[in-house]
Design a binder for this molecule. Sequence first.
Ligand code: ATP
Ligand code: MG
Length: 312
Amino acid sequence: MADNVVHVENLSKHYPPDIKAVDGVSFSIPSGVVFSLLGPNGAGKTTVVEILEGLRTPTSGTALIFGTDASKDYAKLRDRVGILPQNFEPFDMLKPSEAIEYWASLYDMRIAKKEVKELLESVGLYERRNSMSKKLSGGEKRKLGIALSLVNNPELLFLDEPTTGLDPKARRDLWKLIDGIRGRGTTVVLTTHYLDEAEKLADDVAIMHKGKIIVRGKPADLVSKYSKMTVVVLVGAGKEGLSEMMRRGIPATEENGDVLVPVSDPAEMRIVLAKLASIQLKVKDMYTRRQTLEDVFLNVVGAKMDEGVLGQ
Ligand SMILES: Nc1ncnc2c1ncn2[C@@H]1O[C@H](COP(=O)(O)OP(=O)(O)OP(=O)(O)O)[C@@H](O)[C@H]1O
Ligand SMILES: [Mg+2]
């Protein structure tokens, strides 16, 4: 426990009359990892993170950072922690370099021009250093937010939905940046509702749903534990294809007109493919797909997590 950067035990936050934003959550985060709180809108991610940031008081339970109670003694932690709040908007009328100098002054730090340059380069914003922040793109604004959160060279960094609403290229840029931050030994708490983001970046994932952590582990371990490892997709095989599989006793499901045949043991793949190839079926295409955290969520919750909205 002492070695953990974050230790949360039985944490709850209730709002009257009966909202259980966080409902008995426990987890620990060792040093140097990217830990992802993954869940749909309203799961309770920001509430957990804001308790750890000393911004909200828990109804019950403990939230420790470096062994210090974050909700009582955050002043002691401030210099060691960096925060990118959800939907962060930088100061419109400051240039990125000025925003960094201003932010450093809030930590009573004097930051040298050289350090400002290095920080802007590290997030890929040096070329934009003289633009007013209001003229930055959405992705550039997030990069500036991350640069600000790194000003005090934190040992622990909270990133609350850093890529929400960004285009795929901007998201990939930020993934690289976050991976680089982990590479420097900083512990990162990343909240997201993007399953691919957690899968790509996180060493350790806690899936939150309705205020609770429903599963926790390394992405690859969760996939192997909670889903069939691989599926063969028979594109466009539809209901006919499904009943053909059922007639032959091959376990299968239908999804959006495609038939999915799960293969839990990779050694059986050739046998399954040979069996499927021998069946006369109208298919547009056929491919194998490794299952992902998306499937883990679907299997554990019984519903899809789609862009943060819980589907039916
Ligand atoms: N101050 C508050 N008063 C009442 N209810 C609140 C308050 N803050 C949060 N909630 C509720 O608590 C639940 C969890 O909210 P939270 O913001 O932690 O979710 P989240 O997982 O961060 O969602 P998102 O992905 O949308 O950011 C939601 O149902 C929300 O409406
Ligand atoms: Mg949130």
